[in-house]
Write a protein that binds this ligand. Structure first.
Ligand code: ZN
Length: 260
């Protein structure tokens, strides 16, 4: 099965049915990450339509200031969600540094919940890669997906040593920096994503459909000198390992096992 470890299915609008059809046809297991409460509710409804969609609750760093003073109100949704994401820090696109303390407060709250509730996390790290590494260490979060890593190679190596997983996404086709990062990520920590529908839209002005993950596999496989089929198998195996023994995801483990 193909793995799309980071997508925003609530943003498809009229194209949602087409997207879900592709997910089913191409058998793409998809983690549908929320950015806040108002995106989580539609994601839950979307997940009702396909077993291949895992809905996860998180507060995106850009949304953090709205939630920083009401965090305990989020407890019921945090508990309901079977993994935590999208969460993280953004010290690059968010230029107003007065928002950073709120970002950190929200992230720490959600990391503490993930540790306590034994859930994996899906992380946005833009411009704050070093801080994310420190927080993963402090909260002892061993099961982390770092989404669309684009930071420095030295911190990438430290995150690799820590054991984080990394998604390579649609930018692999367009960026030498991302290609260099994709070469550096060891085989056993590599995952794929699309950040659909906005990832490709941001890069190329075209709405990203789920099948884009096949292109990501093809380009990454070429770069690493393996076949697309072999890489697809590796990534499936990596995701299975990431969720191995996860008390919340035994049905997903069974679903992925049946896909072999
Ligand atoms: Zn995202």
């Amino acid at each position: 099965m193909l793995i799309d470890a980071h997508a925003h299915l609530d943003k498809y609008g009229d194209l949602l049915d087409d997207a879900l059809r592709q997910i089913e046809q191409e058998q793409i297991f998809t983690i549908a990450t929320a950015m806040d409460l108002s995106s989580y509710l539609p994601i839950l409804q979307i997940a009702e339509m396909s077993d291949l969609v895992l809905p996860t609750f998180g507060i995106h760093p850009k949304r953090a200031p709205e939630y920083a003073d009401h965090l305990s109100e989020l407890n019921p949704v945090i508990e309901q969600s079977r993994a935590i994401g999208e969460i993280g820090l953004d010290f690059h696109w968010v230029e107003d540094s007065s928002q950073y303390p709120a970002q950190i407060k929200v992230l720490e709250y959600l990391l503490a919940a993930a540790r306590e509730q034994k859930k994996f996390v899906n992380l946005h790290t833009k411009g704050a890669e070093q801080e994310i590494l420190k927080l993963l260490e402090r909260y002892d979060i061993k099961r982390a997906i770092i989404h669309w890593y684009s930071g420095p190679l030295d911190i990438l190596r430290e995150l690799i040593d820590f054991g984080a997983y990394f998604t390579v996404g649609v930018e692999i086709s367009f960026s030498e920096t991302i290609k260099a990062i994709a070469r550096e990520i060891p085989h056993h920590l590599l995952l794929t994503e699309t950040d659909n529908p906005g990832g490709l839209k941001w890069l190329k002005g075209a709405i990203g459909m789920p099948k884009e993950v096949e292109k990501v596999i093809e380009v990454t496989a070429g770069l690493r000198g393996v076949s697309s089929a072999a890489l697809k198998q590796t990534i499936h195996g990596n995701f299975v390992r990431l969720i191995d023994g996860d008390p919340w995801l035994s049905d997903v483990t069974a679903l992925l096992a049946s896909a072999h």
